[in-house]
Design a protein around this ligand. Structure first.
Ligand code: 1CP
Length: 351
């Protein structure tokens, strides 16, 4: 692979970690577990660090991004860190006016809807990614044998924000554009794939031992639209790290109809939300693909015996797949008691 020799995966530091082994289709003695959105608002130590710093400024401060990434690893003893950043960080670094508004999410200065809007989008200068590479390098230096997961937003999920101008429910404008003006759509998706791909590649080169592509809003698409108007660009984004040999995870929400198509764009493992049980997900994937998931985040607020029974059921059903990484079906809700997450890790490691 083209990884630098000192990279934790190339040097052997993380190559036998439970996470990397499971993503490569193995069943390590310890079931690996981490949580989407484990860094951030459920942790009082995160809220304390963030009081005077805006979200995107925190993402571009290597000392802060590294410290926030490490907080949940220290507290919960999870099997991986996920780099603290956001899917819109590369969009901002490419010069697009975007902010993360507290309580709302990413909001664009002006939405990208026309051929002229897309033509104005500039290429991401690799030098702009320096704060990301530095944040990752600082993080892996502290993590040792615990792998760091790098991530990026999939082109469709990014396009949903760019076209809508902010969070939306059904991503109607984006779904209209792919049909009403396919040429503009394809130009936008190509830009999004290359921009998000560069962000992902920078994290891997700087030391991430796995890469996850988040297509959070893929559930609003039909299989036909996914295949024709989205999959080629998700493949393009994932191909940005294909030569580096790190295991790849492709995650979506509401993805039951498109699971196999998401696998087919080129990934090692598929992340599954809480809507379909893992044995059914594995069946839809043909039985040969490692799966990640899929504790229902709503049950994090349920009484422990209820949650424990659910986690055990998820682990049992995960045995239908060749390998399993335990996770949530979507991100940690900010109201979650962090002790509950620690307790799930303890349970998983004792199984
Ligand atoms: O003020 C704050 O604390 C901001 C809240 C926050 C945080 C902590 C946002 C705004 N982003 C993040 C970090 C983040 N975002 C991480 C790293 C932390 C971790 O996972 O441990 C990651 C992986 C993301 C990725 C992300 N951002 C996704 C994909 C994952 C998912 O949850 O589906 C998406 C869709 C976003 C957009 C986004 N950023 C922030 C918010 C509130 C949102 C969602 C807005 C919406 O509902 O549309």
């Amino acid at each position: 692979s083209a990884l630098p020799a000192a990279h934790p995966l190339a040097s052997g530091l993380t190559s036998s970690s439970p996470l990397v082994r499971a993503l490569r289709g193995d069943r390590p003695e310890r079931l690996p577990v981490w949580f989407m959105r484990q860094a951030g608002r459920s942790l009082p130590e995160y809220r304390a660090l963030r009081v005077s710093t805006k979200m995107l400024d925190a993402c571009l401060d290597p000392e802060l991004s590294s410290e926030i990434t490490l907080q949940p690893v220290r507290r919960h003893h999870v099997d991986a860190g996920i780099f603290f950043s956001d899917i819109v960080v590369p969009v901002k670094l490419a010069g697009v006016g975007v902010d993360i508004v507290p309580g709302r999410g990413p909001v664009l200065e002006s939405p990208i809807r026309t051929a002229a809007d897309v033509a104005r989008l500039g290429a991401l200068d690799p030098a702009a990614l320096a704060p990301i590479s530095e944040g990752v390098a600082r993080t892996v230096a502290e993590l040792g044998e615990t792998p760091l997961i790098g991530f990026a937003g999939a082109p469709f999920t990014l396009a949903a924000y760019l076209v809508e101008g902010g969070p939306s429910k059904d991503h109607i404008r984006a779904r209209t554009l792919m049909h009403s003006d396919p040429e503009t759509w394809e130009a936008l998706m190509t830009w999004a794939a290359d921009t998000t791909g560069a962000f992902l590649r920078a994290q891997v080169l700087a030391g991430a031992s796995a890469a996850q592509l988040f297509d959070s809003w893929v559930g609003s698409l039909s299989l036909a639209d996914y295949t024709a108007h989205v999959a080629p660009w998700s493949a393009r984004a994932l191909s940005s790290v294909a030569d580096l040999g790190v295991p790849r995870i492709h995650f979506g929400v509401g993805s039951g109809e498109v699971l196999a198509a998401m696998r087919d764009v080129g990934t090692d493992a598929v992340g599954v939300d809480w809507r379909i049980p893992l044995d059914e997900a594995s069946r839809r994937l043909g039985g040969n693909t490692p799966v990640q998931g899929n504790i229902d985040p709503a049950l994090l607020q349920a009484p422990w015996p209820v949650l424990e029974a659910h986690v055990r059921d998820v682990v049992e059903r995960g045995k239908a797949a060749p390998a399993h990484v335990l996770n949530l079906g979507h991100g940690v809700n900010p109201d979650t008691d962090p002790d509950v997450l620690s307790r799930i890790v303890e349970l998983a490691h004792g199984l």
